[in-house]
Design a protein around this ligand. Structure first.
Ligand SMILES: [Zn+2]
Length: 322
């Protein structure tokens, strides 16, 4: 029997899953992502969950044939590391991944992807038609995309293709993005930035609202909870949908996908308020064929399952390579 492992390294959790050659999951393990002292602690956590997943599967790690990793970025693919991750403390500057995992598993077949590329590999592998042209978009604490064109999962020379959340959508650049630039899609529509955007609109034109704008704990969930009951909340959501549709339309024009799967907590928790408006409005912004737009079928396991699928298919999600 051949064994395959997938690793999902996120800013909050690190998870591993071991599967057999039929993609059946035999063991999983999860722990919190260490906040330091250095990147080596994160590497050790990756090795720890990987060993634990093999333990649960009752298999020795050296029996692994290949591994896939879906990771927070930015990546340096040539070195097989994460460099200066945006969502972890500054003391974590470099997280070695490919080398240590290769040593533990005694295989050179380690496929490293950014998390959204792992996402599209998972959606491709598990969707009925195993399409060659598709996109996975996550709308979560950040926004990003994994893209498969003509059967090739795009990675870019350093592994950082698909940072669509940092596409400029607002030429006036009213909102500043977490990356320090102005007018990026993510600055308006990510879970972290929706409340900041609501505050900005409110300051421009103060209206009556039930939203706890002044509360330091005011968050995106408050905005969605007031949908349909508060005119200002509806206006904010309407504006968010405007930028989301523009972002998705730009993706469609760039890559001509047959299908787009949308995931991430903002979308999966509010499909009626986030997904449906994009589907309704996109016709007005797209010049070419409008793709099928669906909610992710893999929930919050999309990156982990994508990492497993990558290990099984040589980094592609192409089921014919099983
Ligand atoms: Zn940005």
């Amino acid at each position: 029997m051949a064994y395959y492992v997938g690793v999902d390294l996120g800013a909050t959790n690190v998870r591993a899953a071991v599967a057999d050659e039929n993609a059946e999951i035999l063991g999983v393990s999860k722990r919190g992502t260490p906040r330091g002292p250095t990147g080596i602690a994160v590497t050790e956590a990756v090795l720890e969950v990987t060993r634990a997943a093999f333990d649960e599967a009752g298999v020795d790690p050296e029996q692994a044939v290949a591994a896939g990793i879906g990771s927070i970025g930015p990546l340096d693919l040539a070195e097989g590391v994460v460099e200066n991750p945006a969502n972890l403390p500054d003391t974590i500057d470099r997280i070695p991944l490919t080398g240590p995992l290769s040593k533990l598993l005694d295989t050179d077949r380690i496929y490293l992807h950014n998390d959204t590329a792992a996402g599209v590999i998972g959606e491709r592998f598990y969707s009925d038609r195993n399409p060659d042209d598709m996109v996975y978009v996550t709308i979560s604490s950040g926004i990003g995309a994994g893209v498969c064109v003509d059967g090739h999962v795009l990675s870019g020379w350093d592994g950082n293709a698909g940072e669509v959340g940092h596409m400029t959508v607002d030429p006036n650049g009213e909102m500043r993005c977490g990356c320090g630039r102005d007018g990026h899609w993510e600055a308006y529509c990510s879970g972290n930035n929706i409340p900041k955007y609501a505050e900005y609109i409110y300051e421009e034109d103060t209206v009556e609202t039930e939203l706890p704008i002044e509360d330091p704990d005011f968050d995106a969930i408050d905005v969605f909870d007031h949908a349909g009951e508060d005119e200002f909340a509806d206006y904010v959501i309407d504006q968010v949908n405007h930028w989301n549709t523009m972002g998705v339309a730009n993706i469609v024009q760039s890559y001509a996908p047959l299908v787009i799967f949308i995931g991430g907590a903002v979308a999966t928790n509010n499909p009626e308020l986030i997904l449906e408006p994009i589907k309704e409005r996109i016709d007005d912004m797209v010049f070419i064929n409008v793709p099928d737009i669906q909610l992710t079928t893999l929930g919050d396991e999309v990156v982990l399952k994508g990492a497993v699928a990558s290990a099984l298919t040589g980094g592609t999600g192409d089921r014919s390579r099983l």
